[in-house]
Design a protein around this ligand. Structure first.
Ligand code: SAM
Length: 437
């Protein structure tokens, strides 16, 4: 490991340095969160046989020793999400509440976005942004699987978000790109890539992103800054400079019983917290701040829907118990959501709430996202056996006498995807990209 990095850790940790060094030789911790939009702890552990111990870092977070998760149907259904335990701490500190309008500025792959959505319980709105186009598609997949009905996914430079949404958000999460010093056990790339120049580069990107984040916050808005690095320049000193540039921003208490005090007394920065690899996690820094000035709120236009054809509406009513409070129909595509459909202007929009489906050559085709959505119960469901779910996820047709029409394909009661029944066979609608080989 880089000597300069270790020297810096020695200076930061002092007496605790030997414990840190020892922790580096242990394997990284593994964790997951149960998705309360789709299940609860009792239901989940009755159905899914996985090793688990509760994590202190998140309401629905657990540690596990199991490695089999990725290919499980319950994973495909969005009933749980894999996330290193200490990484879930930032959203716990943020404490998003139903009804809040939130921005996640650096969101891919979506661990914190999905955690926020779980706590919002399909109320309020989350705009989830990822600058990197390739990573934004992974974010979208994770948002779809999560099933929330109140998320907009965009892929833009933070400057463009600041232009579109000045003073709009109650809360902004800035989980900034960083030098990854808290990921040294988990990710050998972080060890190889670390240089003092990388730290300087990350600090300058973080400074710029923070400026856009500040613009997006409304009066009394809350900013949550987090990194998975342990470097003072990217954490305490970054926040110190930010608070000096913006005297209307004030540090807030984290009100959690984990983490250690941050390493700076000025401007109350010691209210921020640090988590180290010897704290049953990997490594994180979390600072919570409030904007105390008056910012003129921006007004955002609502989108005007085309007239929704009657046959689509009645198909929707026949398929789910309760239709979304808001529907938006444009270019033959139907979207549903629990927040009014807002105009995202010139932003590169990947998804506006739930993509229900599309009118194609005289028939309406439901999307996979619709089957993943947690808002409404499906009227026509089919519970697959162990053998059938394997065949379904492989893309095969399932023979079964099921009422004609669209069917939600379930395993252990969790919807894994959709199918169309002709009465005797279920035509597979599981996306080709997700099929097992
Ligand atoms: N919040 C994510 C999660 O919990 O899954 C992890 C985010 S990761 C630490 C930081 C993200 O910032 C990366 O996805 C990266 O592509 C993005 N990023 C890199 N440069 C950026 C920039 N200049 N502005 C905004 N985001 C940037």
């Amino acid at each position: 490991m880089n000597e300069q990095f270790l020297l810096q850790m020695q200076q930061i940790l002092k007496d605790e340095y030997p414990a840190y060094l020892e922790s580096l030789s242990n394997p990284p911790t593994r964790g997951f969160r149960i998705n309360p939009l789709k299940t609860n702890e009792k239901d989940f552990f009755e159905k899914v046989d996985v090793s688990h111990t509760k994590s202190p870092y998140a309401k629905y977070g657990y540690y596990t020793d199991d490695k089999k998760y990725g290919s499980m149907p319950e994973y495909a259904s969005g009933a749980f999400y894999m996330q290193e335990a200490s990484a879930s701490s930032a959203v716990t500190v943020m404490d998003p509440k139903g009804g809040a309008v939130i921005l996640d500025m650096c969101a891919a792959p979506g661990s914190k976005t999905t955690e926020i959505l779980e706590l919002l319980e399909n109320q309020g709105l989350l705009v989830s942004n990822e600058i990197d186009k390739k990573r934004s598609h992974i974010l979208l997949e994770n948002v779809e699987r999560n099933g929330a009905s109140n998320c907009i996914v965009v892929s833009n430079d933070p400057l463009q978000l600041a232009k579109q949404f000045p003073g709009f958000f109650d809360m902004v999460l800035c989980d900034a790109p960083c030098s990854g010093e808290g990921m040294m056990r988990k990710n050998t790339e972080a060890v190889d890539q670390w240089t003092p120049q990388l730290v300087e580069h990350c600090a300058s990107v973080q400074k710029e992103v923070l400026e856009s984040v500040y613009t997006c916050l409304k009066a009394d808005g809350i900013l949550l800054y987090s990194t998975c690095t342990l470097n003072l320049k990217e954490n305490e000193y970054q926040i110190k400079q930010f608070l000096e540039r913006h005297p209307d921003m004030q540090m807030m208490d984290t009100n959690v019983n984990f983490g250690r005090r941050a390493l700076c007394e000025e401007h109350d920065i010691q209210k921020a917290i640090r988590i180290y690899p010897m704290d049953h996690g990997e490594g994180h820094f979390i600072a919570k701040m409030k904007k105390c000035s008056v910012t003129a709120p921006c007004s955002i236009k609502q989108l005007k829907s085309d007239l929704i054809p009657k046959e689509i509406l009645s198909l929707l009513k026949d398929t789910i118990e309760e239709v979304y409070p808001y529907l938006y129909f444009k270019n033959n595509r139907l979207y549903g959501g629990t927040y009014p459909f807002i105009d995202t202007g010139k932003l590169h929009l990947l998804r506006n709430q739930v993509y229900i489906g599309e009118m194609l050559k005289g028939r309406f085709e439901f999307s996979h996202h619709f089957f993943m959505s947690s808002y409404s119960k499906f009227k026509n469901t089919y519970e697959m056996s162990d053998e059938e779910v394997k065949r379904y996820m492989h893309g095969e047709q399932i023979s079964a006498n099921v009422q004609k029409g669209w069917v939600a394909m379930c395993y252990h009661g969790f919807v894994v995807g959709g199918a169309k029944s002709d009465g005797h066979a279920l035509k597979n609608k599981y996306p080709k990209a997700f099929r097992t080989r």
